[in-house]
Design a protein around this ligand. Structure first.
Ligand code: GLA
Length: 376
């Protein structure tokens, strides 16, 4: 009898403790991000059970914010971008965006398929870059948020009309972002076409694991599982060679600071103004495998990249020039962010010797890339 009050107090205090120390809840919420003349654009916040968050807009499928824990459990934004849609509309070097229909460059902005030559939009000197003037980074995607037991999801769909930016065939694309309770951001790309076409989808997030872009990324340690890379000409078009990384500043087979050799006297680094190169990833394309590891020692943050793709474009933000002020007033100077754009090799439509990028009607294009966050 006497124990009733004690039991009651215990039950109440447990309930109170539960409330005050409540676990973050796995969720997806949405708010308005801004308006275009013909559409309202949303920003979706995916939260996992550890409190990690990713914010994604259905404009360009852009990852605007990504809060990852440091070694003390403090969440910090580790990607470059803008607070408002306006910034993305005014000037964005593909911050956080889905890139397509073809990621990276196609030489001469043309390719031939089944004896027919297709002229693409020229938006990078004489060449075609990242899908053209209005690529997948600048279109509004239909968005469906959802949750599953261990992940928060955002499914984005876009139907690219036949002839858009010069490409043949209607391409129906679905990109699914999933933030899992393992602190992984998993991206699944799926596409189908009604005519033979080329397809190479990626994401162009700029990371800075230290502070999201306020300082240089030169101290980050990078490991890339690649024995070879694809050297380029002065227009950043692959020469066709698969050159060994051994004995060059492109050897990232052991963890190496980005800045250790970035200004070395090497023709390829001069062409890129630093690293802006496709690495030929080890292992079998089509299988999800660990391809890159990046560590930032002051915060202890670690990023691991897994992909089914045969290549990755390692780009060190060489074209950032301080003209963009992004989130929280951070000025994005040269090399304040790095990208790991998983992909098929640049200019593959003109390089029969590279892994193929042609998609036929009846086939399904499917690739997966995972950005996994942890601490050391
Ligand atoms: C890619 C390209 C770079 C540059 C950036 C965007 O990484 O390879 O040359 O176009 O995108 O600025």
């Amino acid at each position: 009898m006497k124990s009733y009050p004690v039991v009651l107090i215990l039950v109440l205090s447990t309930a109170l403790w539960r409330c005050t120390t409540s676990q973050p809840e796995l969720s997806v919420t949405s708010e308005e991000f801004g308006a275009l003349p013909d559409a309202v654009v949303n920003l979706y916040t995916l939260t996992n059970a550890n409190g990690m968050q990713v914010k994604i807009s259905n404009y360009g499928g852009i990852i605007t914010h990504l809060y990852a824990p440091d070694a003390n459990g403090q969440l910090g934004d580790v990607v470059l971008g803008y607070d408002h849609l306006d910034g993305y509309l005014q000037a964005s070097p593909y911050f956080g965006a889905i890139v397509g229909r073809y990621g990276n460059r196609i030489a001469g902005a043309a390719f031939t398929l089944n004896d027919e030559t297709y002229a693409l939009v020229q938006n990078n000197g004489p060449n075609h870059l990242h899908g053209g003037t209005k690529g997948f980074d600048k279109v509004v995607w239909a968005a469906t948020p959802s949750t599953a037991e261990d992940r928060a999801l955002l499914t984005l769909s876009y139907s690219s009309p036949d002839g858009e930016e010069g490409y043949p065939g209607t391409l129906d694309v679905t990109v699914t972002y999933a933030l899992t309770n393992e602190n992984e951001l998993k991206i699944d790309y799926v596409a189908t076409t009604d005519k033979p076409t080329v397809c190479n989808l990626t994401n162009h997030t700029y990371f800075n694991l230290k502070d999201g872009g306020a300082s240089p990324i030169l101290d980050h340690l990078v490991q890339i599982e690649a024995e070879r890379y694809t050297p380029v000409d002065a227009g950043l078009i692959p020469t066709g060679e698969l050159a060994p990384v051994e004995g060059t500043p492109f050897d990232f087979r052991q963890p190496t600071a980005i800045g250790a050799r970035i200004d070395a006297d090497h023709a390829q680094l001069r062409h890129g103004g630093g690293y802006d190169h496709n690495f030929v990833l080890n292992g079998a394309a089509g299988e999800l495998r660990l391809v890159c590891t990046v560590e930032e020692e002051t915060t202890g943050r670690v990023l691991q990249v897994y992909t089914t793709e045969p290549g990755v474009q390692f780009y060190t933000g060489n074209f950032l020039d301080g003209s963009i002020t992004g989130k929280n007033g951070a000025v994005y100077h040269k090399r304040h962010g790095f990208c790991l754009e998983t992909q098929h090799f640049p200019d593959s439509p003109n390089r029969p010797e590279f892994p193929p990028v042609v998609l036929q009607p009846g086939e399904t294009y499917k690739t997966t890339t995972v950005y996994k966050f942890s601490v050391k």
